[in-house]
Design a protein around this ligand. Structure first.
Ligand code: S3P
Length: 431
């Protein structure tokens, strides 16, 4: 595979952009639409590799899906009428597809085997297998990694479960299993994680209750098909927000971005670093959205701790990049979950950004980022996404700030969440 030459030393990033649909919300729209009565019409569904994996799995289980230019229509069928797939369910690179579907499909009357790519096959699944097994599900795997086979179910029962790690994927898997279980399921979160599953279930006519850090699930699989508008993905917007702050002479308007308070930590943390990010055209119902307006601005270093991580977990690589350009140091702690993302992001962020002249120390649970380091390469340099979509896009933004020649290896990985990323970059960046 050839390396992709990156734009460097940008002199401005300007204009207006609608980022693609939210990946987390897109997965949930497809899954819930698949088991609802009647049709679910989804506007703004993210068309990316990860979401295609969820769609493909539901289609293998007998759900029909129609794609139109402006929408996707999912023809749902009750969970008890899904049909045995003709082969393994291929999850590709998608941890969200895997963990949520293991919960959703924990009580089928036939076996199913989940497989994934090399990266996904190293990621930990004990975090879903253990509690789902306590609920009565049965899985066969080696070392709690993919491939995993879900055995035919004999019924699930509710449990009280305290999540050992703050994880929306695990919480969601247990909610989806809890809806099919006998008795109540109570899930206690150490810190609040993204609540898209809970909000979307409400939209399909099924309520789960939040009481402090507890989520209480009462059995109910009577979802009713509906219409969903997927907001722009704040995790994709994060690349442009940081780019506009750091590249000189920039002003960007990002339209219709999801600003759910369990997802918008990047905005809070950048504001803590001194950024002014304006919100316009706010819509508060359902999944709240707004246009974000961002201009070039000087930032200061800050401290980011474990309480900050869940609402910004996927944006830490961009916050590290922002911190390399801030005045003073930034210490990030409590971010050990980054070791088990699409790559070990503590390692990949540190190694790749340091190749461009950053001064970042990897820590067991985060980073010490020395600020005020101009990015610069003496000779043509290849950075590597290492197959991780968010690392690839972060490095493309880092290159905009770098003097010299930079190429990106494994650039194709951006299609996991943002297939049009490089086209947007070409359009918005002045060089
Ligand atoms: C996601 C939850 C997070 C996040 C991932 C998407 C979700 O993972 O990193 O990209 O859609 O629920 P964890 O649950 O492992 O924190």
């Amino acid at each position: 595979m050839t390396n992709r030459q990156l734009k460097t030393a940008a002199t401005g990033i300007n204009g207006q952009l609608t980022v693609p649909g939210d990946k987390s919300i897109s997965h949930r729209a497809v899954m819930l639409g698949s088991i609802a009565t009647g049709e679910t019409t989804i506007y703004g569904l993210l068309d990316s590799d990860d979401v295609r994996n969820t769609l493909g799995a539901m289609q293998q289980l007998g759900v029909t899906v129609d794609w139109y230019d402006d929408r996707v229509v999912v023809h749902g069928r009750p969970l008890t009428t899904l049909t045995e797939p003709d082969g393994p369910l291929d999850m590709g690179n998608s941890g969200t597809s895997t963990r949520l579907l293991m919960g959703l499909l924990a009580n089928q009357s036939f076996p199913m085997t989940f497989v994934g790519d090399a990266s996904l096959s190293t990621r930990p699944l004990a975090r879903v297998i253990d509690p789902l097994t306590k609920m009565g599900a049965r899985f066969v795997s080696t070392n709690h990694r993919l491939p995993v086979t879900t055995m035919p179910g004999f019924g699930l029962h509710g449990i009280h479960y305290r999540l050992p790690v703050a994880s929306a994927q695990v919480k969601s898997a247990l909610i989806l299993a809890g809806l099919q279980a006998e008795g109540e399921t109570v899930i206690t979160e150490p810190l609040a994680t993204r609540d898209h599953t809970e909000r979307m279930l409400h939209h399909f006519g099924v309520d789960v209750v939040r009481d402090g850090q507890d989520i209480i699930v009462t059995p109910n699989t009577a979802l009713t098909g509906t219409t969903i508008n997927v907001p722009g993905d704040i995790s994709s917007a994060a690349f442009w927000i940081v780019a506009a702050l750091l590249v000189p002479n920039s002003e960007l308007r990002l339209t219709g971005v999801g600003i759910n308070p369990t997802r918008d930590g990047i905005l809070r943390l950048l504001r803590r670093m001194g950024a002014v990010i304006e919100l316009d055209n706010m819509i508060a119902e359902g999944e709240p959205t707004a246009d974000l307006i961002v201009r070039t601005q000087a930032l200061q270093g800050t401290a980011i701790t474990s309480e900050d991580i869940p609402t910004a977990v996927d944006e830490i690589p961009m916050l590290v990049l922002a911190a390399t350009q801030a005045l003073g140091d930034t210490l990030i702690t409590g971010a050990q979950e980054l070791h088990v993302k699409e790559t070990d992001r503590i390692a990949t962020v540190t190694t790749q950004l340091n190749k461009l002249g950053a001064n970042i120390e990897a820590r067991e649970d985060g980073f010490l980022v020395h600020g005020g380091t101009p990015l610069h390469v003496e000779e043509p340099t290849v950075v590597d996404s290492s197959g991780d979509h968010r690392i690839g896009m972060m490095l493309a933004i880092a290159a905009l700030l770098t003097d010299g020649e930079v190429a990106l290896a494994n650039a194709d990985s951006v299609s996991v969440s943002y297939p049009s990323f490089f086209a947007d970059l070409e359009r918005l960046v002045e060089d």
